[in-house]
Design a protein around this ligand. Structure first.
Ligand code: ATP
Ligand code: MG
Ligand code: MG
Length: 554
């Protein structure tokens, strides 16, 4: 709703609309390769493409770019669809590059017949040598001038499965001396005797990305084909392939490039994320430490916060690195409005209120969310023996310690003012119990004079006899380096944070007895926590989503 200036792709679209391009011909796509789960980088591309669809009321296809059966699986297709829906986007059509294999094959045949493609039968090493370098032109290989008949016969044999992998390839016949290395007779097809997750064993040849992508855009009549900056040099080839098939009664797709999302303290290459999964360095693609959409979701991120983040970082043409804390900022803003407040103690120490009757219990009124009036109130049980956080007490405290110490008063949230009286220690000198007294007239909300008294601070607590045990998983960054995959001499795995996961036994108030997977709470004074999918009838598991403040600020 805020007034925002147009980003450069919107500007390009506005320009073509004002030059007469019909708005009803606008069409976009999001084209994931189903070789891994979506990550936060993909979210940027998703928000961009689907955002344009919403803005211009135009279709947005979900196109699976499934041209490499060696790496692709149905599991990934399913996960990508689930994540997209969760992010809140609806695609117009669900399409697959593999649906176009026959059409792509026929276009390749036509290119052979037009002298625009040929079969090369050299080793990939020999082809690489002939390709030259950025400063040195390439040279023609020995098969470049094969006859059209021979090319057609060999291509037919490749398709039928007559030849082993690596024995022949189909190449576009462009220019071995082109300034653009990608134009030096790029590969169009290779032989792969692989089972494809959709076409089974129908094909023994598979098209290369550069050939398949633009032609698929053309088949779908995508007007604006948006990709990341690494593809700038590919644009010339994208256009060359389109030139071979373009019919000017149709929409001609154009490729535009924007800067990919880079985030610090993480990796976003699917190959590296797969390695973390396969080597059990994390517990699956949806491990809450992963930058995947499913990992962020399990951690407790909201779709809203991810969309907001993509909105704030914007769309530009220059690469930069975004600070992870910006993503956390967007999350806190959202959770602050939505997450009910509850009390939990994660590092408990026993506290006894010596002047509170042993057999008494009270159910005190507690506000669920002061940021949301409609959230209402709940009851929390209070009794003589409570847990508080160990770090909330010091026997002898400096003046600025706004928590409990001997001889000082604090308020227990939603309850009474208490005063530290004495401690019980074990043989080693560790405090095992804190003894306090309470002021019976000071109950929160009672309106009494005693309840208005100023005290050092307010602590959260749980009643020991009523508290529920919970497993709480505390997370830190997965990597200790800002750019783990930027080191030439070191593998990114050398920068894993050995203490990125800590599991503690905590105690939570009994209102949490029936929580469901994915419910979100603010544990007062501790942070935001999400109910993990490992939660069962007899075990509650929470993930720490994020702290209340930016712990990395200093
Ligand atoms: P990888 O190189 O790790 O395999 P990819 O970019 O090849 O990732 P795709 O499945 O091909 O993964 O990506 C689908 C779309 O998402 C592409 O249009 C791609 O440009 C975009 N995308 C991928 N990573 C990012 C990123 N970090 N920031 C923005 N867009 C991205
Ligand atoms: Mg890829
Ligand atoms: Mg890609």
């Amino acid at each position: 709703t805020e007034e925002k200036s147009l980003h450069f792709i919107e500007q390009i679209i506005e320009d073509s609309l004002s030059n007469g391009f019909p708005q009803d011909k606008l069409r976009f796509r999001f084209p994931p390769e189903p070789n891994g789960y979506l990550h936060i980088g993909h979210a940027k591309s998703i928000c961009l493409n689907f955002g344009l669809g919403l803005k211009y009321n135009a279709p947005v296809n979900l196109r699976f770019d499934d041209t490499n059966p060696a790496k692709e699986e149905q599991e990934y297709v399913d996960a990508i669809k689930e994540d997209l829906k969760w992010l809140g986007f609806n695609w117009t059509e669900e399409l697959y590059s593999s649906d176009y294999f026959q059409q792509l094959y026929e276009w390749a045949l036509a290119m052979i017949k037009n002298g625009k493609a040929y079969i090369d039968s050299q080793s990939s090493e020999d082809m690489a040598i002939q390709k030259g370098t950025p400063t040195q032109p390439g040279v023609d290989g020995p098969y470049r001038n094969r006859s059209i008949e021979e090319n057609l016969t060999l291509f037919e044999g490749m398709k039928k499965g007559d030849f082993p992998e690596g024995s022949h390839v189909l190449r576009a016949k462009i220019d071995m001396a082109s300034k653009n290395m990608l134009m030096r007779d790029p590969l169009m097809y290779r032989i792969l005797h692989r089972h494809h997750h959709r076409t089974g064993n129908d094909w023994n040849i598979y098209p290369m990305y550069d050939y398949a992508h633009g032609e698929s855009d053309y088949i779908e009549q995508i007007s604006h084909s948006i990709c990341t900056l690494e593809f700038v040099m590919h644009r010339e080839l994208y256009n060359w392939f389109l030139d071979q098939i373009y019919d000017d009664s149709k929409v001609r797709p154009h490729q535009y490039e924007f800067a990919r999302l880079n985030l610090n303290y993480t990796v976003m290459s699917k190959r590296k994320l797969l390695q973390l999964v396969q080597e059990n360095i994390v517990n699956g693609w949806d491990d809450p430490r992963m930058p995947t959409i499913s990992g962020l979701r399990r951690r407790g991120y909201t779709a809203n916060s991810i969309r907001k983040f993509c909105d704030i970082i914007g769309v530009a043409k220059r690469e930069n690195i975004i600070d992870f804390s910006l993503l956390e900022f967007c999350l806190r803003e959202d959770l602050n409005k939505k997450a009910p407040r509850v009390m939990a103690v994660l590092d408990p120490i026993k506290m006894v209120i010596t002047n509170y009757p042993e057999d008494k219990e009270e159910w005190l009124e507690a506000e669920n969310n002061q940021e949301d009036e409609s959230a209402g109130f709940r009851k929390v049980p209070f009794s003589r023996e409570l847990y508080i956080e160990r770090e909330d007490f010091l026997e002898e405290a400096p003046a600025k310690f706004f928590r409990l110490s001997l001889g000082r008063e604090v308020r227990l949230k939603n309850a009474y003012i208490i005063k530290g009286e004495s401690v019980v220690k074990d043989a080693a000198g560790t405090i095992t119990e804190i003894h306090v007294t309470y002021d019976e007239d000071s109950r929160s909300g009672s309106g009494s004079e005693a309840s208005q008294r100023k005290v050092a601070g307010t602590l959260h607590w749980v009643s020991i006899q009523h508290a529920l045990e919970a497993e709480v998983r505390l997370y830190d960054r997965l990597f200790i380096d800002e750019a783990p995959d930027s080191h030439k001499e070191k593998n990114f795995l050398e920068f894993m944070n050995p203490s990125s996961l800590q599991i503690v036994k905590g105690f939570v108030e009994p209102s949490l007895a029936t929580v469901q997977s994915d419910e979100k709470f603010q544990f007062q004074r501790l942070g935001y926590f999400n109910v993990d999918k490992d939660t069962t009838e007899d075990k509650i598991v929470f993930n720490k989503t994020v702290g209340l403040k930016d712990a990395w600020e200093e």
